[in-house]
Design a protein around this ligand. Structure first.
Ligand code: FES
Length: 170
């Protein structure tokens, strides 16, 4: 290797290292700031009246599928999501994340037991989302809702699983 090719290679190598050192924090800060700019919005679940007949003697939770649209600094994106709605009356409504707080499986409503049961490690929750048994470290994650013109809206969020604290991760 001649002295000239050695210096050429060394310069290219140093240039690459500098590009990574400067470029990575720059890209990371851009991604972080765009995440911080994601606007949390309420998604429509449907008509309050359609969700469940509140005059039924036994309240039964309803699984509702909906589309969630988020807007960040640059684009808007829509994806399918799901929640559990517990409607005891037209004004007494709770909406829960469908994710078990233990390790993130999706739980179901057990009609015989009248409880939510997670198939993965058998965490059990009441209809109000309280932990009854199993390894779940906290109650089900209740989501913010609002009602407008007879329709129910939810602010869908995801939370850290496996810990007692309710910490938003998405
Ligand atoms: S993920 Fe639900 S009990 Fe473990």
């Amino acid at each position: 290797m001649t002295r000239r090719t050695f210096f050429k290679s060394a310069t290219a190598g140093i240039g690459s290292v500098l590009a990574v050192m400067i470029g990575y924090p720059l890209i990371d800060s851009l991604v972080s700031s765009s995440k911080a700019l994601v606007k949390r919005t309420f998604s429509k679940l449907g008509s309050v009246n359609d969700i469940q007949n509140s005059f039924k003697p036994i309240v039964q939770p309803t699984k509702v599928n909906f589309s969630k649209t988020d807007q960040d600094a640059f684009v808007s994106f829509t994806k399918p999501e799901q929640v559990w709605v517990v409607k005891k009356s037209p004004t007494d409504i709770k909406v829960f994340s469908p994710i078990c707080t233990h390790l993130g499986c999706r739980y179901n409503w057990d009609e015989d037991k009248k409880q939510f049961v997670c198939p993965c490690h058998n965490s059990v929750y009441t209809i109000d989302g309280k932990v009854v048994s199993g390894p779940a470290p906290r109650d089900l994650d209740e989501l913010p809702i609002e009602m407008k013109d007879g329709d129910l809206y939810v602010q869908y969020e995801k939370f850290e699983v496996g810990i007692p604290q309710k910490i938003i991760i998405d």
